[in-house]
Design a protein around this ligand. Structure first.
Ligand code: UDP
Length: 449
């Protein structure tokens, strides 16, 4: 997986290559039919970053597999200035019912102008009749321009909530002129869709993971140890990989409770830290996330990471020595993925204490690795895990319930292993990439009809 250097704010392509592990024989015939229907036309995916976060993660493996099926699928990045990503982050929070701020006329102008510019640049690659899948609010504004140019447009929102608060309404209203005209909009759960879309415009597709990708493939205990060392958790770090903030190396034999996330307020890394420090008397806590500097469309990362560091510093020494932070660079995505893989496999319990979550890929990744999981009963997480059988779900505002669930699994290895095994089976049956590939082929076919 190579990432091109990122120039300032234009649209640029990502070279994905084909998947070395196409497990797609059942889909080959459908892909051949689709390729014939496409003729000289192409399929494109457009989002705002090639690395960091779940959408980029999904696109790497999904596009590689589509290319290995012989489909002409390309990936374009619509980059933008920081102000634009600050605005889209507010929209993102609004769609999770979290942002009280009003959107101004200036916001509307910025959104309209930047997406119009991106559309113009995209049309240097995209031809009339091509199918374009736009991902997330950063790209929705591009849709009307592409539709005007005779392009077939599908928009996929990876975020959302079934809650219907004022913030959700404001964010959907902000996007309305753009989203309303798109013939097919894809949501993780149909109930995330805004009321102004007709049922015929709404499709539901759950995201998936690639079991053969560096993030998920089997690793030996020795490989895991070496990767944890390179991340700085158990020895001298490899600067190109990451570093740890800790008083002592992560012990090899102690239970480890881990959350892997971007440093985003909705992931509640601070809440995990507080709950662990106050209510979990044994084991170690590991909070791992990307270097905020590597994620241009997530401007809040540096502030949240600094806050987590401050909170850790202020803990009593006997608690602080059980809390480890790990920051991973995205410079080499394959190594980053392998380190996350090793961290997840080496953890006793994986937690995801999100305040809102469209769909937590980190949870699906942990399910595949048969980890016992404690997550919150919000958004897509409730579709991913069945409380009490494939994981434990708790109220996101109940810090004590979260800690009790963690404590109960730390104390009962048999139950923890049973939950982990059930999580793996559920992931195998529902959340692997070939299932999503079939969903994409259906979407392309519908867009071409
Ligand atoms: N991730 C990563 N490096 C990190 C932290 C996270 O590659 O340092 C990955 C993580 O493994 C997962 C994705 O980023 O594949 C996060 O997806 P998720 O759906 O959990 O959350 P999002 O970031 O999209 O809100």
């Amino acid at each position: 997986q190579s990432q091109q250097a990122q120039p300032a704010h234009p649209v640029f392509p990502v070279e994905v290559g084909t998947s070395p592990h196409p497990q797609v024989f059942g889909l080959r015939r459908a892909a051949e039919r689709l390729a014939r229907k496409l003729g000289p036309r192409r399929i494109w995916h457009v989002n705002s970053t090639p690395a960091g976060g779940g959408v980029a993660e999904l696109l790497w493996s999904s596009i590689a597999r589509q290319q290995s099926l012989g489909l002409p699928v390309g990936w374009l990045i619509a980059d933008a200035e920081p102000e634009f990503f600050q605005l889209t982050k507010r929209i993102h929070h609004g769609l999770h019912n979290r942002c009280a701020a009003e959107f101004t006329a200036e916001d509307a102008r910025l959104y309209r102008d930047v997406t119009a510019r991106s559309a113009k640049q995209l049309l240097e690659y995209v031809r009339p009749g091509d199918v374009v899948l736009l991902h997330d609010p950063q790209t929705a504004g591009i849709a009307p321009h592409l539709l005007d140019a005779g392009v077939k447009v599908v928009w996929r929102s990876h975020i959302g909530t079934t809650e219907r608060g004022a913030a959700v309404a404001a964010a959907w209203n902000f996007l309305r002129p753009y989203v309303e005209v798109i013939p097919t909009c894809v949501f993780t759960i149909a109930g995330f869709a805004p009321a102004y879309l007709s049922p015929a415009q709404v499709t539901a597709v759950t995201p998936s993971i690639d079991p053969e990708a560096p993030k998920n493939r089997d690793l030996s205990p020795q490989q895991c140890r070496e990767l944890l060392r390179r991340a700085g958790l158990t020895g001298a770090p490899d600067e190109a990989v990451g570093y740890a903030v800790q008083d002592q190396p992560l012990p090899a034999d102690a239970p480890v409770v881990t959350q892997v996330s971007r440093w985003d307020p909705l992931k509640d890394m601070t809440g995990v830290l507080r709950s662990f420090a106050e209510h979990v008397p044994t084991g170690h806590l590991l909070l791992a996330g990307p270097d905020p500097a590597d994620i241009p469309d997530d401007p809040e990362g540096a502030g949240i990471f600094a806050e987590v560091c401050r909170m850790r510093e202020s803990l009593p020494p006997d608690v602080r020595r059980r809390v480890h932070l790990c920051v991973l660079t995205l410079a080499d995505q394959t190594t980053n993925a392998l380190v996350i893989n090793a961290i997840q496999r080496s953890s006793t319990i994986i937690v995801q204490k999100s305040l809102e979550e469209g769909f937590g890929l980190t949870v699906t990744e942990a399910m595949w690795k048969s980890r016992p999981i404690v997550a919150t009963s919000v958004g897509g997480l409730t579709a991913q895990l069945v409380d009490g059988s494939s994981g434990l779900l708790v109220d996101p505002t109940d810090s004590l319930a979260f800690a009790s669930s963690v404590n109960s699994l730390l104390a009962d290895e048999t139950r923890a292993a049973r939950l982990g095994a059930a999580a793996h089976d559920r992931c195998r049956d529902r959340f692997l990439v070939d299932r999503e590939l079939g969903d994409y082929l259906n979407l392309y076919r519908t867009a071409l009809d």
